[in-house]
Design a protein around this ligand. Structure first.
Ligand SMILES: Cc1cc2nc3c(=O)[nH]c(=O)nc-3n(C[C@H](O)[C@H](O)[C@H](O)COP(=O)(O)OP(=O)(O)OC[C@H]3O[C@@H](n4cnc5c(N)ncnc54)[C@H](O)[C@@H]3O)c2cc1C
Length: 529
């Protein structure tokens, strides 16, 4: 069963070794475990539903609570401190497009706000009902989870859009195919959610971002259905399919999607290389991308992230490796690159060799497959560490951007510094780690994880978060970065969108939403204010 106030399955735990806790104490100061509010306490104060009775709508308080918030830090604060300002008035579980149409019709005639809900893994406030006089219906796509058609000639698979990552891959695997879209939230996030947020998988360097994988589909809008035929390419004016990408539930519900699939690769491996400094690591990954070395993933951690991962992993062989690296002159400034190669066995061998020899020019030291295998094993599990940290009194947030190479190094310094300075204004210390998570020929995505102490007062905790997040967002925009590379806009980034799109761009987005949703019932308050 899914945790209602944390990440993932209640039976899965990610323990933190004592050495890791000591390290966090040394970084952040004394830690205090804090008791969280119980589900019963929240249910006892939940207001009654304002929705009419309907066979497809569940108004049970626990169902409403379980769909009230996503996975952002403010969401965790709301759930765990019992500060949820609005609940959905009900949750509907349609069985198909006909049900979706019926529910949208009901919403339109009764002025009900509708929130499309995939896996609820949003980290920027996408699926949170906002307070207001109009009732809110959350529309969960949970039951729309089937593979409908597999066109093996075109390598196009048609899925219902509520399918989660594991279910989608299992249904494709039965036919020998994969989509290869692996966000860290893979376990719970859905195809429709990926499209609606312009998601990026960990191996998008090879498989493509969801923009490249999403070929077409069908959207139920309040104005009626919208068909998006799956053209391999087209010169027929502006692309309506592109308009649905990143629509964040504002234009309608994606009920089915055609995606570009590939045969399951014969071989795949993940490997580690240490660089003595961040600058050498950055120059190496830029070179790999710009020289077209065909890897499937590049993930370069900065010195702080490298050090922290080594320290809190608790793995004995890593301690040995640490000693060895230090003896070889790779000290506190070292950076770990994990790279992946996917394809035939010969391709994996050749490409691994090419990366190793290319990185040697940047004093990269190849450490083999062990570190890569550990990353691979934990690629979806490390998200569970957040539950453990929270219990120990540590709050965690992540943010990310994408910028041109000319800005990457300056931004990678400025963003963490802005967070540290903002925390210092509250007399707090913060542990900030970054990595380059996605690499392009013209730039990279910087992914930032920051850890700081929880406090007893949720308003104070949110004020600290707002200060750090705001400072980082301004640093991102000051360096010409996108306010998000993969998480989307939701509520948390909406105020920053104008600076990126401009007045005219915002007007165009607004009029698009209005075209599909003239009454403004679809997920109001998200994406555009
Ligand atoms: C631990 C963790 C790790 C993460 N890692 C990644 C990562 O590696 N890469 C990445 O890109 N993101 C990541 N995310 C963010 C999140 O998982 C993505 O934004 C994901 O695409 C959301 O999918 P979902 O199905 O959970 O959508 P939800 O959270 O349910 O919804 C997100 C938005 O999409 C809309 N939506 C959902 N389904 C539909 C539909 N069928 N039709 C229309 N609109 C719809 C909703 O209305 C909402 O606006 C991570 C999140 C967490 C918590």
């Amino acid at each position: 069963m899914k945790r209602w106030n944390g990440w993932g399955d209640v039976h899965i735990h990610y323990p933190l070794p004592d050495v890791g806790i000591d390290y966090l104490r040394a970084q952040l100061g004394p830690l205090e475990a804090r008791a969280d509010v119980s589900m019963d306490a929240i249910l006892a104060t939940m207001p009654d539903s304002r929705l009419p009775d309907h066979p497809l709508i569940d108004i049970a308080p626990e169902t409403r609570l379980r769909h009230a918030r996503g996975q952002s830090l403010p969401d965790w604060v709301a759930l765990n401190y019992g500060r949820i300002e609005a609940f959905p008035d009900g949750v509907a579980f349609p069985n198909g497009a006909d049900d979706v149409r019926e529910l949208l019709g009901l919403a339109r005639t009764r002025g009900i706000r509708v929130i499309p809900y995939g896996g609820g893994t949003s980290v920027v406030g996408h699926i949170n009902p906002l307070p207001g006089a109009r009732p809110t219906l959350t529309l969960s796509m949970e039951k729309l989870n089937r593979l409908l058609e597999l066109d093996e000639v075109s390598r196009l698979a048609t899925f219902e859009a509520g399918v989660t990552g594991p279910s989608l891959e299992a249904q494709l695997k039965a036919h020998g195919y994969t989509l290869g879209h692996f966000p860290q939230s893979f376990e719970y996030s859905t195809l429709g959610g990926w499209i609606a947020t312009r998601s990026s998988g960990q191996q998008s360097y090879y498989y493509g971002r969801i923009e490249q994988l999403f070929a077409g589909g069908r959207v139920e809008t309040p104005r009626g259905p919208l068909e998006l035929p799956p053209f391999p390419a087209s010169a027929t004016g502006p692309d309506v399919r592109e308009m649905i990408l990143g629509s964040e539930g504002r234009m309608g519900l994606i009920t089915r999607a055609q995606v570009r699939v590939r045969p399951i690769p014969k071989a795949e491996g993940f490997y580690g290389i240490f660089f003595p400094t961040w600058e050498q690591g950055v120059a190496a990954v830029r070179g790999i991308a710009q020289n077209g070395i065909p890897v499937s993933m590049l993930r370069l951690s900065n010195p702080q992230e490298t050090e922290t991962s080594l320290l809190i992993s608790g793995k004995s062989w890593l301690k040995l490796a640490d000693r060895g690296l230090r003896l070889m002159g790779q000290g506190d400034q070292r950076c770990l690159l994990i790279f992946g190669v996917t394809g035939s066995a010969a391709h994996v061998r050749r490409t691994r060799g090419a990366v190793k020899s290319f990185c040697r020019s940047f004093r990269g030291f190849y450490v083999g497959a062990m570190v890569g295998r550990t990353w691979e094993k934990n690629r979806f599990r490390s998200a569970y560490l957040r539950n453990t940290l929270w219990r120990h009194g540590v709050a965690v947030d992540t943010l990310e951007t994408a910028l041109p190479w000319s800005q990457v190094e300056a931004a990678a310094q400025a963003i963490p510094r802005s967070i540290v300075d903002a925390a210092a204004a509250f007399g707090e210390r913060v542990l900030v780690m970054t990595h380059l998570s996605h690499i392009y020929r013209d730039g990279a995505s910087i992914y930032v994880t920051y850890l700081f102490r929880r406090c007893a007062d949720p308003d104070e905790l949110l004020a600290r978060w707002r200060a750090m997040k705001g400072a980082a967002s301004h640093a991102i925009q000051a360096h010409g970065g996108a306010i998000s590379h993969q998480h989307g806009v939701g509520t948390d980034h909406a105020a920053y969108l104008l600076a990126e799109k401009g007045e005219l761009g915002m007007a165009a987005i607004r009029s698009l939403c209005q075209t599909f949703d003239p009454d403004g019932i679809m997920n109001p308050g998200k994406l555009i204010l």
